[in-house]
Design a protein around this ligand. Sequence first.
Ligand SMILES: Cc1cc2nc3c(=O)[nH]c(=O)nc-3n(C[C@H](O)[C@H](O)[C@H](O)COP(=O)(O)OP(=O)(O)OC[C@H]3O[C@@H](n4cnc5c(N)ncnc54)[C@H](O)[C@@H]3O)c2cc1C
Length: 396
Amino acid sequence: MRVSLLLSRFAVKAPGIHLRFSPAVLPETGANLRFEVRALLEETRAAGMWLAEGLSWWGRNPELSRALGDAGFIGMTWPKQYGGAERSQLERYVVTEELLAAGAPTAFHWFADRQIGPSILRYGTEEQKQRFLPPIARGELSFAVGMSEPDSGSDLASIRTRAERTDGGWRLNGSKIWTSYAHQAEYCVALVRTAPRSDDRHAGMSQVIIDLRNSHGITVRPIIDLPGRHDFNEVFFEDTFLPDDCLLGSPGDGWAQVTSELAYERSGPERFLTNFHLLCALIDVLGGSASAAADREVGRLVSRLWALRTASVSVAAMLEAGGTPNVESALVKDLGTNFQQELPEVVRRVAADEEICDRTLLDVLGQVVLASPSYTIQGGATEILRGIVARGLRLR
Ligand SMILES: Cc1cc2nc3c(=O)[nH]c(=O)nc-3n(C[C@H](O)[C@H](O)[C@H](O)COP(=O)(O)OP(=O)(O)OC[C@H]3O[C@@H](n4cnc5c(N)ncnc54)[C@H](O)[C@@H]3O)c2cc1C
C-alpha cells in the first residue's frame, strides 16, 4: 500500500516521468518448483543439515549449498553447458523466495549465484566460463565481492587499490574492507584501478578474479560485527601477482560491469524477506488468540510485505525481459530494507504488549535486532538509493 502511495506521489511531482511497476505474475512452473524447494529444505532440515536462525541467508552452510546445487537450484538461469538449468529469472525468483521464507543459510553460494556467476557469463572468456560456472552451480565454489575500501563505500569510484602490468599478469596493491566471507571463500571478484585517475572518474577501473587461497601477498583480517560474528574482513594486497587470465571483461570497463549488476543485487526478495521467519514465528506464537491491537500490527506488516513483493516481482519481470530497471530496484531496496528494519521493532513491541515469553521467538528476535542496522547499508545506503531515485525522476 505504501509503495503505491509513494509512487503516485512521485508521479505527481514529476509529470511525464514514470516508474515502471507493471503488474507481473510468476510463471505456472513456479508452483511445482516451490514444492520441490520446500521438499528439499524439509528433508535436509530433518536430516540435521541446517537450522533456521536469525541470520537467514547470511548463514553459511556448504553442505546445504551442495544439496541445492545437486538439485539444480544454483545458477538456474545459466546455459546447461555451464552447469545451469536454463530456467527463467522468475523461476529463480520463486526458489530464492522459498529459501528466504525458510530462513535457510545460503551465504556459501549467494554472491556467486546472484551476481558473480552472471557477470562471468556476460563478460568472462570461454575458459573462465568453463572453469568457474559449473562448480559454482554444483555449490562447490564460493566467491567474495571486493568492492568497498576504507573511504570508498558509497563513493565507489574513488577506489585506490591498483593493479599494474607486470610480466605475464598484474601486480596488485591496496586493500578492501567489509569483504564478507573473504576468510572462507575460494575466490574474490574485486574492482580495482588499472589506469591512473583521470577527469572521467569512472574510467580506468577493471574487475579481477583473485584466487584467495593460492596467491601470495594477501592478508585477511577479521572484523567482528555487532552480533559478535566473524563475517566481514579487511583484505590487504601487497605485490600480489595475478595472472593475465584474472581479468574479467575488458580493461577499463569495470565501472560499467559492476553497475550493471546492481539491479540484480538490489531488487531481489532478500531485501524484504530476510526476516520473514521472524514474522512467521510471531504469527505462530500469537495463534488465534491475539489482541485486536496485535492483529492490526501484524496486518499492517503483511500488507506492506505484499506490496513490496508485488513491486519486486515486477522488477524481476523487467530483468527477465532484458530491461535495466535501476531506479525501480533502488526504490524496492530502500522500501524493503526499511521494512525489514522496522519488523523486529514491531515484533518486540507486540511481544512485550502480549507478554510473550516464547524462547525461540525471542532468540530469533535478538539476532535480527543486532543484524538489522546493516540492512540499509549493504548493497547501497539509504541516502544513495534515494539519490538514484530522485535523479531517475529528475527531481534533482
Ligand atoms: C552486512 C554488510 C555486508 C557487506 N558486504 C560487503 C562485501 O561483501 N563486499 C564489499 O565490497 N562491501 C560490502 N559491504 C560494504 C557496503 O557496500 C558499504 O558499507 C556501503 O556501500 C556504504 O559504504 P561505507 O560503509 O563506506 O559508508 P559511507 O559511504 O561512508 O556512508 C556513511 C553514511 O553516509 C551517507 N552518505 C555517503 N555519501 C553520501 C552522499 N553523497 N550524500 C548523502 N549521504 C551520503 C551514507 O548513505 C551512509 O549513511 C557490506 C556492508 C554490510 C553492512
